[in-house]
Ligand binder design. Structure first.
Ligand code: DGL
Length: 266
């Protein structure tokens, strides 16, 4: 039993998909959530910047005495896996759990992974999927329009701008008849219904955020580290009011006061 909180961070709203999943799995955990909204999006940045931000964000959340960190960001998970692995506090990314879940998809139809530009450019998702599913066609697609749309509130499946962006980005998956698609960016879970509406219910969607939350649950359970009182504290480098409003919309419940923190220099 360990009552210290869990740290979760992302560039913005995306990591809430991991928080929501973790809440369902471990309702009693205390969670510190950091949304680096002052620097969103991460996905268009250079690898060097992303790696520096990874350490800054890890340092920020570990300052709260957390027992583990869920790095709810595919961009950091794919560009800085070595930094997570060697960090002083156990830090879990979303890439490996997501890839492991996808590797179980039977059949021969192609597998897709969609993520930010920097994630796809790193080649890490594609490489891990190829290693896990030898001989299988892998389609790795960047979707640079998704995060800005999601952060600005275009999240409904019927939203015309979002529908356009989804069709534009995911057409190759439809054309190639992908059997399953890994949502390699945690933001994409927020628009899962728009993605499902376009690809069709027969295409299985795997959320890297959900898989990452499940992997963290397994780690905590196996090591006897679960425990807490179900409390949450939120921090953002953007507008607290805006974050609280958007988070409540996605989570379907109000969240307690969000504290604003200064934007860190990259
Ligand atoms: N949600 C993050 C990810 O999983 C970051 C997206 C972004 O800021 O571009 O990649």
């Amino acid at each position: 039993m360990d009552n210290r909180p869990i740290g979760i961070f992302d560039s913005g709203l995306g990591g809430l998909t991991a928080l929501r999943a973790l809440r369902q799995l471990l309702p009693e955990e205390d969670i510190i959530y950091f949304a680096d909204a002052g620097r969103v999006p991460y996905g268009g940045r250079s690898r060097e910047q992303i790696r520096r931000m990874a350490v800054q964000d890890l340092d920020f959340v570990s300052g709260f005495g957390v027992k583990a960190v869920l790095v709810a960001c595919g961009t950091i998970s794919s560009n800085a896996p070595d930094l997570l692995q060697s960090y002083a506090v156990p830090a879990f990314g979303v890439l490996t759990p997501g890839v492991e879940a996808m590797a179980c998809v039977p059949g021969e139809a192609p597998l897709g992974v969609i993520a930010t530009e920097a994630s796809i450019r790193s080649g890490a998702f594609e490489k891990a999927l190829r290693a896990a599913c030898p001989g299988r066609e892998i389609l790795a697609l960047p979707c640079p329009n998704f995060v800005p749309l999601i952060e600005s509130g275009h999240t409904e499946a019927e939203d015309p701008l979002l529908r356009w962006a989804v069709e534009n980005c995911l057409a190759p998956l439809k054309e190639r008849g992908a059997a399953a698609v890994l949502l390699g960016c945690t933001h994409y879970g927020i628009i899962a219904s728009a993605i499902r509406a376009y690809l069709g219910a027969e295409v299985a969607l795997y959320g890297a955020a959900d898989c990452g939350a499940a992997a963290l649950r397994d780690y905590l359970r196996h090591n006897g580290l679960t425990g807490g009182r179900g409390r949450e504290r939120y921090y953002t480098s953007g507008s607290g009011e805006e974050f609280a409003r958007k988070a409540a919309l996605f989570l379907g419940r109000e969240i307690d006061g969000v504290e604003e923190v200064p934007v860190m220099e990259v």
